[in-house]
Design a binder for this molecule. Structure first.
Ligand code: ZN
Length: 555
């Protein structure tokens, strides 16, 4: 008998417990795997009737879950580690290195100065993860970044990716000056740009200058491998690339890398509807052309739209009464009139849409557009999904339920920005209802929760911890009534997320016929106190029946 996977060999894995996410058999002890798929789940007796089997006890003291599904993250997570991390919280890279969080602007500048000295003098210095919200009213400006020596551009991406700060040299090279008339250029009282650029139109001249590393590198073998390493360490077996520009070579490269048997991840790119604007036909044609590149570990088809900005960047669109600290309302990334036209066309073409709406005004305008499209062109099981949808009111959630939409809520925000939302951006009441998982659940709305990595770290068990405990970094519980149970949170990072990707028929639970994708845990989340959820060790994953160990240093 051969022991090669895929050759008809059947392997029975025994585990301390198997959490299946299949309500008709929620827990088991054994799983049989054949040809990369789940052949049977149950007791040893239940799974052993399929002819000759080989027993494998490597997981005998582990807990098996369905492979975790991160339904909103970006391949950029594999790119950012090429650059300098300047975020507030400690963060671990794919190589296991822990980057210390920076607690003052001076520390940020110092890290940039250090990095500059290690870089060729003509190369732009690129950093990421910065967030001024942790520094009160102190904003980063050209005066800070001009302290970095040299004559090259310095570009600091904010954690949200919706804003950046640059030095004077970068402003000059990009041709941004006091007379530049683009929305989103922050200015000193005298009219000179401060170097803070908000949203894509204002950032574009700089992005062009540095050659858009996110687009050009995210599908290279090195960056995809780094992304996969991070995913395996987090127990993730399926991850999205939630805005992909459908570059021909990039998609071919990604299709090739992911097809390899020893590549440990399924990747689901969502086409950037943003790149095509109102020219929906061009996006559809591109999807059609590249469609044959799709396979079981890289599936094209979804389209992503972005309606507004970020709440902590004050670029999200809010309804009355607006920002708690009096900041002006945010920026439409797609104008409402365009949105309606664009949504209708994708919807009519049968595409599944993932629509970024952070503020409740953006959510409202999107619901209006979707309702119009769905009324005129009814379509069963469309699964259009509102991404983030952080501020939705109870009435908006009821409307979401009525329209048959899904939501993917940004639970990690509760920890990372919850205190800022409470004190500065939204005020207590709206902060308490943010990312309302319990409301979604009560209304029967299919929902997932996400990290938006690299915005926050890719780690679904941490995301589940956020939804269950709703604890902020300062320790406040933000909206007790919106907490959900551990079992519901685990569903949101497996079958719930798979549902929003229209892949619940092949991933997201441990059931006969599905891909043999597992997340292997050191202990049982259902037997762990809810506060301990984020600390459960991930030993590795299995993808299509092939085991992968979590990389060293990430456990
Ligand atoms: Zn995103």
């Amino acid at each position: 008998m051969t022991v090669k996977q895929g050759g008809g060999d059947t392997v029975v894995y025994r585990a301390a417990s198997v959490i299946t996410m299949n309500p008709s058999r929620p827990v088991a002890t054994h799983v049989a795997v054949r040809d990369g798929r789940i052949l049977a789940v149950g007791s040893e007796e239940h799974v052993s009737g399929w002819g000759t089997v080989r027993h494998d006890d490597r997981y005998a003291d582990k807990v098996l879950m369905p492979g975790l599904v991160e339904a909103h993250c970006h391949l950029y997570e594999g790119v950012v580690w090429q650059y300098v991390y300047v975020g507030y919280y400690d963060r671990r890279g794919p190589d296991g290195r822990l980057w210390q969080g920076l607690k003052t602007v001076d520390e940020v500048v110092q890290r940039l100065v250090d990095a500059r000295s290690r870089l060729a003098s003509d190369k732009p210095l690129i950093a990421w993860g910065f967030d001024p919200i942790y520094f009160g009213s102190r904003r980063l400006t050209v005066h800070d970044l001009d302290r970095v020596p040299g004559d090259a551009a310095v570009v600091v991406m904010h954690a949200s990716i919706h804003l950046m700060n640059v030095n004077s040299r970068a402003l000059a090279l990009a041709g941004i000056h006091r007379d530049t008339d683009i929305d989103g250029i922050t200015r000193f009282p005298d009219g000179e740009p401060t170097g803070e650029l908000c949203e894509f139109a204002a950032m574009f001249p700089v992005v062009r200058l540095i050659g858009n590393p996110f687009r050009s590198l995210s599908q290279t073998p090195q960056c995809v491998a780094d992304f996969a390493k991070i995913a395996v360490g987090a127990g993730v077996t399926t991850a999205t690339d939630m805005i992909n520009e459908l570059d021909d070579d990039g998609i071919r490269s990604l299709a090739g890398i992911t097809r390899a048997d020893d590549f440990p991840l399924r990747i689901v790119p969502a086409a950037s509807g943003m790149l095509f604007g109102r020219n929906v036909a061009a996006c559809l044609e591109k999807l059609q052309q590249l469609g044959h590149e799709s396979h079981a570990k890289m599936r094209l088809g979804m389209v992503k739209l972005i309606v507004d900005g970020s709440i902590q960047g004050f670029t999200a669109r809010l309804r009355w009464p607006g920002y708690y600290n009096g900041a002006a309302n945010g920026i439409w990334v797609i104008a409402p009139d365009d949105l309606s036209v664009i949504i209708e066309q994708y919807h009519r073409a049968g595409v599944q849409l993932h629509i970024h709406t952070n503020g409740d005004e953006a959510t409202e305008v999107t619901l209006d557009a979707l309702e119009r499209a769905l009324t005129q062109w009814p379509r069963p099981d469309h699964r259009h999904t509102l991404q983030h949808c952080q501020m939705a009111s109870p009435a908006q959630f009821r409307r979401i339920a009525r329209l048959g939409l899904c939501v993917n809520l940004f639970a990690n925000h509760l920890f990372y920005w919850g205190d800022a939302h409470h004190a500065m951006t939204l005020g207590p009441e709206r902060a308490h209802r943010m990312n309302g998982c319990a409301t979604a659940q009560r209304l029967g709305i299919p929902f997932a929760i996400h990290s938006d990595a690299p915005i926050t770290p890719l780690a679904p068990l941490f995301t589940a911890w956020c939804a269950v405990n709703r604890r902020t970094a300062a320790g406040r519980v933000l909206g007790e009534a919106e907490r959900i149970g551990v079992a519901e949170a685990l569903r949101a990072i497996t079958l719930g997320a798979a549902y929003t990707l229209h892949q619940d028929d092949c991933i997201g639970s441990i059931e006969v016929g599905k891909h043999a994708d597992f997340c292997i845990l050191d202990s049982d989340p259902l037997q762990t106190a809810p506060e301990g959820l984020k600390d459960i060790g991930v030993a590795g994953t299995m993808v299509g029946g092939r085991p992968f160990d979590a990389p060293h240093g990430r456990r």
